[in-house]
Design a protein around this ligand. Structure first.
Ligand SMILES: *Cc1c(COP(=O)(O)O)cnc(C)c1O
Length: 431
């Protein structure tokens, strides 16, 4: 498939990145289980190392199976390039390493995934990268927090686990006005539901562990370069991209790679030096999963709507947060950014607080109790005791997390079966 083509989402999902092997005609993507690649000559080797020629050197830098997945994901998000990493955490840590240095800061929505906050506040703070927490749902707060040291704005399309919808266009305008990239974690939505780059986002992050894999069979991450941020306009802020790189005999990434400067910098320098590359086998599994992403997300959305309506009517349930529900505070925005449904993630509060929540989880038979989401199977988790347990109770409260909140990842089973399991759980919670 020609890149940047006009094809529809499903066509891209089936063809982008890999059609067939030009050498053998094999239609299945081979798992290139190799650490390194034979050089044709010492001249060839030198030109590869100097980035004069495209090609493979060593699988920490690039691997054909990984590249096929990266091209596929980039096409689905509408980016100019993607970089696959070994986890969602690795995606964030590599990206921040690429665009920040000591003395800079990031303006971050307080409601992002707890792991993102701990990475920023426990690790990057020690290297002089400050995190300025804001209410990312209120663009004016975001704008007020930005200063001349800011190197990016971070939020999530749909927040984990509060289900808040990011005001993508407003954030993109602010980012543009202040010359910083807008970075959106699109894990909860996936490109089948929302493509943040179409709404002005500059960089998309994924934990591919979740919907992109869909099968709960690996841990992975990715960064998608929107190609829509002019790094060369801000050489003082982003010298690693817009000024000569001494690690590559003074090449300037924006000059050599144009719009795809960030993806190139990440591949050639950041993943090379930080080493968070994924395995070819995981990239192979992820590439297969892309072909069913749109079908899965449609079914996740349909099932989730049925489950959300059931929960909303149940006397044992205090509140339900699902962006497709009219009762969701940002339902209007969800309808704009996610026209075909909002995926499988929702949060709800059961009456009776923390104990009722525990009873509910312990009496389920079908729904899995685990710290994952976005799988074909329905899963439930209690954030206060799991995903957000690294935060203090005050930090959780500041992030709007009640201790009785349950996060539900609605899977692809028959909706009636999911609902009857929840009915059992809610009955137990009420006893
Ligand atoms: C899971 C998750 C991450 C972290 O990804 P890992 O693959 O677990 O490292 C980041 N952001 C969101 C929204 C997530 O749900």
């Amino acid at each position: 498939m020609k890149e940047n083509s006009h094809y529809g989402f499903m066509t891209k999902a089936l063809h982008a990145g890999w059609d067939y092997d030009p050498a053998t005609g094999a239609s299945g993507l081979p798992i290139y289980a190799t650490s390194a690649y034979q050089f044709n000559s010492s001249k060839h080797a030198a030109s590869l190392f100097n980035l004069e020629e495209d090609g493979y050197i060593y699988s920490r830098l690039s691997n054909p199976t990984v590249n096929a997945f990266e091209k596929g994901l980039s096409a689905l998000e509408g980016g100019v390039g993607a970089v696959a990493l070994s986890s969602g955490q690795a995606a964030f840590s590599h990206l921040i390493t690429a665009i920040c240095s000591a003395g800079t800061n990031l303006v971050v929505s307080r409601k992002v995934y707890g792991g993102t906050l701990t990475l920023l506040q426990n690790i990057f703070s020690r290297f002089g990268v400050e995190t300025i927490l804001v209410d990312g749902d209120h663009p004016c707060q975001v704008e007020q927090a930005i200063n001349d040291k800011t190197r990016g704005i971070i939020s999530e399309t749909i927040g984990n686990p509060l289900m808040n919808v990011a005001p993508l266009e407003a954030l993109a305008h602010i980012a543009q006005r202040h010359g910083v990239p807008l970075i959106i974690d699109n894990t909860f939505a996936s490109p089948a539901i929302c493509r943040p780059i179409e709404w002005g986002t500059n960089i998309v992050i994924h934990s591919t562990t979740k919907y992109i894999s869909g099968n709960g069979n690996l841990v992975g991450g990715a960064i998608v370069d929107g190609g829509n941020f002019n790094w060369s306009d801000y050489p003082d802020k982003f010298p690693g991209l817009a000024l000569p790189d001494p690690a590559y005999h003074g090449i300037t990434f924006t000059e050599k790679y144009g719009k795809a400067a960030l993806a190139a910098k990440l591949h050639c320098a950041i993943v090379r030096d930080m080493g968070g590359c994924p395995s070819a086998f995981d990239a192979y599994l992820l590439h297969i999963s892309l072909s069913t992403l749109a079908l899965r997300m449609k079914r996740h959305s349909e099932n989730a709507m049925k489950v959300a309506k059931f929960l909303e009517m149940h006397p044992q349930v205090e509140w339900v947060l699902y962006p497709s529900l009219e009762s969701h505070p940002q339902n209007d925005m969800a309808k704009v950014y996610m026209k075909e449904g909002c995926g499988g993630m929702m949060a709800f509060g059961v009456k009776g607080g923390i104990d009722a929540g525990r009873k509910l989880v312990d009496s389920l038979e079908l729904i899995g109790h685990m710290a994952n989401l976005g799988q074909t199977r329905t899963l439930i988790v209690h954030p206060a005791s799991t995903t957000h347990s690294q935060l203090s109770s005050e930090e959780r409260k500041a992030a709007g997390l009640s201790d009785g909140l349950l996060r539900l990842s609605v899977g692809l089973e028959d909706a009636e079966d999911i609902i009857s399991d929840l009915e059992r759980g809610l009955a137990a919670a009420g006893k």
